[in-house]
Structure formats: C-alpha cells, structure tokens
Design a protein around this ligand. Structure first.
Ligand code: FER
Length: 254
C-alpha cells in the first residue's frame, strides 16, 4: 500500500469547496470539487466523531491534490453525523444503535439534501459509501439496508454488527449468512465491496473473521469482495487516510 506523498498535506492550488447544509438540528458537510463530478461518496466518521472527523485540512488537501494530479476522478464527498442531536453517549453500544438506524436518515434526509444542492440525483452505480470503525459498521448496514442506493462499499476497520456488537468476530458465519442473503436479493449483481484494515488495528480480529466467513460464498463474495490488510496498520484516522489514498482511485472501476 502506497504512502501518501508529504506534499499532499499542504494546500493545493486547485481546491474544492466545503459547504455546510442543514436539516432540522443537524447538518452535513459537502466537498464540491472544482468543475463538478460524476460520482459521489458518503463518508462516515467513527465512534465519538462527527462531520469534521474526516474533513480536516490535511484530508481535504489530500483529496484536492489527488484530484488535481488526476490520480482519481473528481468526486463529491458528503460527511454527515450519525449521532442524534445532543447525544452524549458515544460508547460502542450507543453508537451501534445509532448506526443501525442511520441508513434511513441517509435515504430520507441526507441524500436528498446533498444531491438537490448539487443538482443531480446520482444513480446507485455512481454512489459509494465508506466509513471508519463505526462508520465501517454503517457501511455494512448500507449493504443490508440500502442496496438500491449504493453499489460501492468501502468499509474501513469496521465489521458488520447485524448479529450483535463486534458480530463479525463473535458470529462470523451468522454474519456472513446475513450478508449473503442480502447479496442474493440484490437486483443487480454489480455491487463491489472493498474492505481494508491493518494487522494491528483493534477491529482486525472482527473484520478478518467476517471476511474469511464471507469467502464461503464465492459466487457472491469472490471477485465482488476485495480485502486488504496493511501490515502494522492501527485504528486511527491517519492510517485510514492512507487506505483512502490507495482505494479511492479505483472505487468506481472495481
Ligand atoms: C470493531 C468495530 C468498531 C471494533 C470496534 C469498533 C474492537 C468501534 C469502537 C468504538 O467506537 O469505540 O470491530 O473492534
């Protein structure tokens, strides 16, 4: 896995803009690349985080440089927050409840808000979802709950909790069976999943066990499922930025 060039963390001459869009008491941040884009990515923060967790200057500079250097196609990036307004309990148990219901909010509020602002309703083929840790858990829920909205899934250091907290590790076969059942029901067999974690990541045992169980369904999770493990990778945003640096260029050509 390639390292991010150090120069990518400094401002770029050709930069996108970030706008904040409100709905009720909440808001989403939207990254708008110069000149627009044909694809859109919904990017979900981890436990205890919010809309700003990914949208730090260093991350946005990296995206600007990748786009300016044509390493990746321009992409809209939407960063919502899965916690209810005023939520103070950010434990995994509470976060797990929040992300289980968050796909409904993506569908009903976040996607219409962001895509009305952009002026395009994207097709599922052109829409991706990714997230770190609890955002990865959210990404797996999207595979189960919103296959009509997304075709590209990029869970980063987070497993699927449909069978319970850290269920990818505790109940790998049951979790894989639920995912296979959802995959079989997909109207179009064109979904792609790219899961990434690190060998020293706290979520590694959970995601790794789940992926191995998913390989028992080669027709559903063969070439459709790519899995990368960074030797020594840990559970933090800096490491996740490196995963995105490597994965975003191929996200829609997977
Ligand atoms: C995991 C997925 C998510 C995991 C931890 C988390 C330890 C999140 C933890 C948190 O938000 O504190 O597989 O494994």
């Amino acid at each position: 896995m390639k390292q991010i060039p150090g120069s990518y963390f400094a401002p770029c001459a050709r930069a996108g803009r970030v706008e904040s869009l409100s709905y009720g008491e909440k808001h989403v941040l939207v990254y708008l690349p110069e000149g627009g884009a044909g694809h859109i990515l919904y990017l979900i923060h981890g436990g205890g985080g919010d809309q700003r967790s990914f949208f730090r200057d260093d991350f946005l500079h990296m995206i600007d440089h990748m786009t300016a250097d044509a390493l990746m196609e321009p992409m809209y990036i939407v960063s919502p927050c899965f916690y209810d307004p005023g939520e103070t309990d950010k434990t995994p148990a509470s976060s797990g409840i929040a992300v289980k219901k968050f796909c409904a909010e993506l569908r009903d509020r976040v996607i219409p808000l962001a895509e009305d602002r952009i002026g395009t309703r994207f097709r599922r083929e052109d829409r991706a979802i990714s997230g770190f840790s609890m955002g990865g858990v959210t990404t797996w829920y999207a595979f189960l709950q919103a296959p009509d909205l997304f075709s590209r899934f990029l869970p980063l250091s987070g497993d699927c909790w449909v069978c319970g907290e850290k269920g990818g590790g505790k109940f790998p076969e049951e979790t894989a069976a639920k995912l296979a059942e959802a995959a079989e029901k997909q109207s179009a067999p064109d979904y792609r999943i790219h899961a990434i974690t690190g060998s020293r990541d706290i979520a590694f045992p959970n995601l790794d066990a789940q992926i191995r169980a998913m390989r028992a369904y080669p027709d559903l999770f063969g070439e459709q499922l790519r899995y990368d493990v960074l030797e020594g990778g840990v559970h933090d945003y800096e490491t996740i930025f490196r995963y995105l640096y490597n994965a975003l260029p191929g996200l829609f050509s997977l």
